[in-house]
Design a protein around this ligand. Sequence first.
Ligand code: UDP
Length: 254
Amino acid sequence: MSRRRRIYEGKAKVLFEGPEPGTLVQYFKDDASAFNNQKKGTITGKGVLNNRISEYLMTKLGEIGVPTHFVRRLNMREQLVREVEIIPLEVVIRNVVAGSLSKRFGMPEGTQLPRSIVEYYYKSDELNDPMVSEEHITAFGWATPQDIDEILAMSLRINDFLLGLFLGVGLRLVDFKLEFGRLYENEEMRLVLADEISPDNCRLWDTKTGEKLDKDRFRRDLGNVEEAYQEVARRLGILPEGGPRDMKGPATMQ
Ligand code: UDP
């Protein structure tokens, strides 16, 4: 962190100017927020874990041909990413009823959906991320019909892949949120997966016990939040060496 120029500060991450043009450094904070910033807190070590988890998942997705903004992890809390123009949409993919879907339709959490559902929300804190349809997205010029087709295809492919990956380590991928960006390269534009994939934006339930291992532990005051994030990293086989104690010291802040 530090000497680089700060480009943007979000709730859980900071973006700094990268070492080369067209790159950014994404710094993962321990800050947590929920309900559009009404609830705030700190989850010790979260930034370190999310940096690792997102690196792992983005790398795996890259290996199956999903284009992403991820370049490489730089240290405990930072990763180098390609600079993209973020499409102002939160793309939510759902496999099981939970959260706002459960509230909106009065369906019990945990109901398996007959097929995956993709929803779009307009990214706006002031408006509380309202849900939007393809009609809104194209009419307001946030993305073209062709962009939406591509985003939908990529989202379903990512979902298929992550469902299997998490199932293999005893986790049910209930739902998750993705963001996409436009990457400009040699006069061409392509859409790539951006932001992060971590327990901050996924719901992950233990397949056997149903235990929640994601940000709902923070949102709903269930306790053991750090432990849940650690458990996800542990199951993926990527808990940082030295374990949790390694995550607080100044050595991690370079
Ligand atoms: N999500 C997110 N950021 C948001 C809203 C939702 O990462 O601003 C994720 C959330 O973690 C969950 C999924 O998207 O995995 C679906 O969230 P939902 O619409 O149920 O909203 P919530 O109940 O979290 O308010």
